[in-house]
Design a binder for this molecule. Structure first.
Ligand SMILES: [Zn+2]
Length: 268
């Protein structure tokens, strides 16, 4: 099996320190994973028993430092100071990135967020954003969730231009309706990347959407949202799909492993 890094994982309730998931990763040659937090109010799972996803992922990273890396979920709409405090708190605990859900009421492109980017840059952290459609908030159906507010790659253009040292990763290939923004930014900015996480990240490839064969080979990352035992089938599917788009075997290794290894600073 091809060696892999999964750039898009979340901590799972009932799997302390991700021990069970690690065994699945071992079986399928997934050498490392980037664990992302979740919005506290909305998607905190009952299985976490009161622990936030941010705290759960820190534990897993500490238990398995060579296997898991951490990215803390922050919500800019809670205020700039609070966001920076959270980044500092979890950065000090070893998190190497921040995870965003801009669908929840903020536009990362706004100038007022500049102090946040400065803190992220100072700490050499990466930015990983949910892009495209977001599930309902089961706990609070009245919560404003919008695909338009900021959850697409162009909403990161200004900070990405201003902060070339910060790597920006667009999850779900930047969203189904906005995947062309991904193609534009990843081809023009050295610090823009995208993962192929399901649903829309996989959907655009299933549909053979125009332009995908032009995707810069060093910008595409393998991510799954905890696909689990399906890693094997997934590897075959992506290998065939990318080959059909003109990717070489070396390009495919970059997609599954090397591009993410560079971003995470994994030295082989
Ligand atoms: Zn996710």
């Amino acid at each position: 099996m091809i060696r892999k890094i999964d750039i898009h994982l979340h901590p799972m309730g009932g799997d302390t320190n991700m021990e069970k998931y690690l065994r699945i990763m071992d079986k399928h040659n997934v050498e490392a994973g980037l664990l992302h937090g979740l919005e506290e109010e909305g998607w905190e799972r009952p299985e976490f028993k009161g622990e936030t996803a941010n705290d759960a992922l820190v534990k897993a990273v500490k238990a398995h430092p060579k296997r898991f890396y951490g990215s803390v979920c922050v919500n800019f709409s809670k205020g700039i100071e609070k966001t920076i405090d959270t980044i500092k708190k979890y950065g000090d605990q070893g998190c190497i990135g921040i995870k965003l859900f801009p669908n929840c009421g903020f536009d990362p492109n706004e100038d007022k967020y500049e102090p946040i980017w400065l803190e992220v840059e100072k700490r050499k952290m990466l930015v990983f954003s949910h892009c495209g459609w977001l599930l309902d908030n089961d706990k609070n159906p009245a919560m404003r969730i919008s695909s338009l507010d900021g959850a697409s790659p162009f909403h990161f253009e200004v900070p990405a231009r201003r902060h070339p040292k910060i790597n920006f990763i667009f999850a779900h290939f930047g969203g189904g309706a906005t995947y062309l923004e991904t193609l534009v930014l990843t081809s023009r900015l050295k610090n823009a990347f995208a993962d192929t996480c399901p649903g829309w990240g996989r959907w655009v490839f299933e549909q053979n959407m125009p332009g995908l064969s032009a995707m810069f080979r060093n910008k595409l990352l393998y991510g799954t949202d905890n696909i689990g035992e399906v890693y094997g089938l997934d590897e075959t599917w992506w290998t065939n799909k990318l080959t059909s788009l003109g990717f070489t075997l070396q390009d495919i290794h970059m997609y599954f492993y090397e591009n993410s290894a560079k971003i995470l600073g994994i030295v082989n």
